[in-house]
Design a protein around this ligand. Structure first.
Ligand SMILES: [Zn+2]
Length: 74
């Protein structure tokens, strides 16, 4: 999963967009930019900026019952 925080590009904006890949995230960013920031179109430089700011998020592996019991007992 990939995450983009709009605040990285637009200071003060707390919106985050998530998706399985860059294109999915960019589609959400474009919709957000037009709806909430009044952009008619998303400039190429903004797309590049967004791509650079997108963070790939790894899912945490589930805790095993063994390590979970260690954490709760100790
Ligand atoms: Zn925003």
């Amino acid at each position: 999963m990939e995450v983009f925080a709009c605040g990285d590009v637009v200071p003060g904006c707390t919106t985050t967009s998530t998706g399985p890949d860059d294109d999915a995230v960019l589609a959400q960013v474009a919709a957000h930019a037009t709806a909430d920031h009044g952009l008619g179109t998303v400039p190429v430089e903004l797309v590049e900026h967004v791509r650079a700011a997108i963070v790939l998020v790894q899912r945490r592996p589930p805790l095993s019952p063994y390590s979970a019991s260690l954490a709760s007992s100790g």
